[in-house]
Design a protein around this ligand. Structure first.
Ligand SMILES: [Zn+2]
Length: 240
């Protein structure tokens, strides 16, 4: 799934866990991708492209068993949950972060080609629904609809909705081979490609975080099931 819609998934978790700071949720939903960026830049994971890149179908995530596998995601989510739950005593933050980790891989499994391993060392069978390759228009509409549904669940501002739609529309050329966009300049340029994706991650997290402030409560998870409000205001949805 593209960066804007991973970021949008944070809205659902923020709605469910309103006392958890949005920055932690945003980092959690893209932690897998940030790890992917780092591992690609140091050469541990590998991405290749076809000689001509017309869409995401021509970009191949050939080796990413550490950042994107079911096994490592389960381990990362469980370890993060344990460290936050028992290390700093914030159970809601722990759950929101663990679910954020898991959301990333689930959304990638629902859209990617078969490029997600079960676990490192088990790379022969890879998983992915394959919508990018088989049904690119449907894949675009699924991603756009997902982003809008996240916004609706969150009940965000009009500005947030417009940003989600705009970032999805900007990605349209990545779905449609006949629509030439920036991806055409990325053939064989895998380091640049990685950095472009990193920039997308940072920008979309920042924009979603910024535009979601109007619903972000002023209450924070203090652990032991209690919350505090720094401004004396409680979010009307703050019941968990
Ligand atoms: Zn990913």
């Amino acid at each position: 799934m593209f960066a804007i819609n991973h970021a949008a998934a944070a809205l659902v978790l923020k709605r469910r866990y309103p006392t958890v700071r949005m920055v932690f949720i945003l980092l959690a939903v893209q932690a897998v991708e940030l790890l992917w960026v780092a591992l690609n830049l140091v050469g541990v994971e590998t991405t290749t492209t076809d000689p001509i890149v017309r869409s995401v179908q021509n970009i191949h995530l050939v080796h990413m068993p550490w950042s994107h596998s079911i096994g490592t995601t389960v381990v990362f989510a469980f370890v993060a949950w344990g460290l936050i739950r028992f290390g700093i005593g914030k159970p809601k933050t722990a759950m929101a972060v663990a679910l954020g980790f898991a959301s990333h891989l689930l959304l990638d499994l629902a859209t990617h080609g078969a490029d997600i391993a079960i676990a490192p060392g088990l790379g022969t069978q890879k998983l992915g629904a394959g919508f990018y390759g088989s049904l690119p228009v449907a894949a675009f509409l699924i991603e756009l609809a997902f982003g809008i549904i996240c916004w609706r669940i969150y009940r965000g501002s009009v500005g947030l909705l417009l940003a989600i739609i705009a970032f999805n529309v900007v990605n349209l050329s990545m779905f449609l081979p006949q629509w030439v966009g920036i991806e055409a300049k990325l053939a064989g340029q895998t380091t640049t490609l990685t950095l472009v994706i990193f920039a997308q991650i940072v920008v979309t997290l920042a924009v979603v975080g910024w535009l979601s402030r109007s619903r972000e409560g002023t209450c924070y998870d203090t652990g032991r099931g209690s919350t505090v409000s720094t401004a004396g205001l409680r979010d009307s949805t703050m019941s968990s």
